[in-house]
Design a protein around this ligand. Structure first.
Ligand SMILES: Cc1ncc(COP(=O)(O)O)c(C=O)c1O
Length: 368
C-alpha cells in the first residue's frame, strides 16, 4: 500500500458509504478510464467477473466456440465455460509469449470453413506485456469476430504508444492481491461502448429493472466492487508509476545478475511496446545451464523463496483436455523451461541478491 489508500478508506467510513456503490466506486471508474484513455469503465468484484460479463453480453449459445490464448491463468477461459461455450486455444508466439496472430488467423479461417466462427477472441497481455494487436485486430476484423482483451496483468503497459485495455470491444483489468496494484480483490471492465458498460453495471447489480419494487427481466449477478475497496484502488492508482518502476528495476537487476550465465533467456520484450514488468520470467535451457527449471525452483524453495513455473498452458490442463488447440509446441516449451522469479514491488536489493545468488550457485555447482 502507498500513503493515500487509508485516507480514502477512512473517508468511506466517515461518510458511511460501506456498500457496493458510492463515490469512491464512481471516482475509481473515472480515474482508471482516464489513466487508460478510454471513456467508460465498470468497477467489479474481480477480473473474472469482468470477463464473465463481457462474454454474457455477447449472448453465447451453448456449444458456441470462443478462442482464447493458451498460455494464461485459467480465469481467462473459465468464463467461457460458465456461459456453456467451448474454448478453442491458440499457441503463443516465441517473440512475446502471447497469442500467436498467425495461429489465430488459421483458427478463424478454419471456423469460417466449417461455418462455425467463434463468438469472440480473448487475447491476454501476458505477465504485463501486450499481445501483438495490429495483426490480431486485422484477423478479427477480417472474420468479423469481436476481440476481448484480458489485460488483467497489464495495467500501465503500452502497445505502439496505446495503453493496454484499449484494444478490442472491451477489456478487463484485475486488482487481485498479486497484481501490480490491488484492491485485495477487484476488477474492471472498460470499453469505448457506453451501452456495453451501462449493461455491465446493470447485470453486475442483480439486473434490477427500473421500478420502485424489485423487478427483474434478466438474470443478474452480484459483481460490483465495494466502495471501501474502490477507495484502496484510488490510492493504488496514484502509486502505479512507482510500482511499474520497481518491477522494471527487478527485471533489470536480474538481467544484469544473469548476464554471463549461459542457458538463461528472459521473456522477450517485443519492440512494439512497453510492458509494466509485472513478473520477471526466464527460460532455463537445462543442457546449457546445467540444471532444470524445476531444480531452480526447488533450490529457491529450500531457502524459503517462492518462485513458480510460468502458466501451464490451458490445453494441457485436465479440465480443458477435450478442447482444441492450434499449435501448442511453443507454449509447451515455455512451460517446461519457464520460471517466474520473485518480482514483488517491495523486494529489497538484498532479497534480489539472495534469489539471484541461488540461481548462480546452481549453475556453478553444475560446472564442478
Ligand atoms: C490473465 C488473467 N486473467 C484473469 C484473471 C482473473 O482476475 P481476478 O483474480 O481478479 O478474478 C487473472 C488473475 O487472477 C489473470 O492473471
Amino acid at each position: 500500500m502507498g500513503d493515500e489508500e487509508l485516507e480514502f478508506v477512512k473517508e468511506a467510513f466517515a461518510t458511511n458509504w460501506i456498500a457496493p456503490l458510492g463515490p469512491h466506486v464512481d471516482a475509481f471508474e473515472k480515474e482508471v478510464a482516464e489513466f487508460v484513455g478510454i471513456p467508460h469503465a465498470a468497477a467489479l468484484s474481480s477480473g473474472t467477473a469482468a470477463l464473465h460479463l463481457a462474454l454474457r453480453m455477447l449472448a453465447i449459445e451453448p456449444g458456441d466456440e470462443v478462442i482464447c490464448a493458451t498460455q494464461t491463468f485459467s480465469a481467462s477461459a473459465n468464463p467461457i465455460v460458465y456461459e456453456r461455450g467451448v474454448p478453442v486455444f491458440i499457441d503463443s508466439e516465441a517473440s512475446s509469449w502471447n497469442l500467436d496472430p498467425e495461429r489465430l488467423r488459421e483458427a478463424l479461417a478454419d471456423g469460417a470453413k466449417r461455418g462455425k466462427l467463434p463468438r469472440a477472441v480473448i487475447a491476454v497481455d501476458l505477465y504485463g506485456q501486450c499481445a501483438d494487436y495490429d495483426p490480431i485486430l486485422a484477423a478479427c476484423a477480417e472474420f468479423d469476430v469481436p476481440l476481448i482483451e484480458d489485460a488483467a496483468e497489464a495495467l500501465g503497459a503500452t502497445y505502439r504508444g496505446r495503453m493496454a485495455g484499449t484494444f478490442g470491444k472491451c477489456a478487463v483489468f484485475s486488482f487481485n492481491g498479486n497484481k501490480i496494484i490491488t484492491t485485495s480483490g477487484g476488477g474492471m471492465l472498460v470499453s469505448r461502448d457506453r451501452a456495453l458498460i451501462e449493461r455491465a453495471h446493470f447485470l453486475a447489480t442483480q439486473a434490477r429493472d427500473p421500478a420502485p419494487h424489485y423487478q427483474h427481466s434478466s438474470i443478474g449477478f452480484n459483481y460490483r466492487l465495494s466502495n471501501v475497496l474502490a477507495g484502496i484502488g484510488r490510492g493504488q492508482l496514484r502509486v502505479l508509476p512507482h510500482r511499474i518502476a520497481a518491477r522494471k528495476a527487478n527485471f533489470e537487476f536480474y538481467k544484469n545478475a544473469f548476464r554471463d550465465l549461459p542457458g538463461i533467456e528472459f521473456m522477450p520484450i517485443a519492440d512494439y511496446g512497453k510492458p509494466n514488468f509485472w513478473l520477471t520470467c526466464i527460460l532455463i535451457e537445462p543442457e546449457i545451464f546445467g540444471a532444470t527449471r524445476e531444480d531452480a525452483r526447488l533450490a529457491l524453495e529450500r531457502e524459503n523463496i517462492e518462485a513458480r513455473p510460468v502458466w501451464k498452458p490451458l490445453h494441457l490442463q485436465p479440465v480443458f483436455a477435450e478442447c482444441r488447440i492450434f499449435g501448442g509446441n511453443v507454449s509447451e516449451e515455455i512451460f517446461e523451461k519457464g520460471l517466474c522469479l520473485p518480482s514483488g514491488s517491495n523486494l529489497t536489493r538484498d532479497d534480489l541478491e539472495r534469489a539471484a545468488g541461488i540461481i548462480r550457485d546452481l549453475h556453478a555447482q553444475a560446472q564442478r
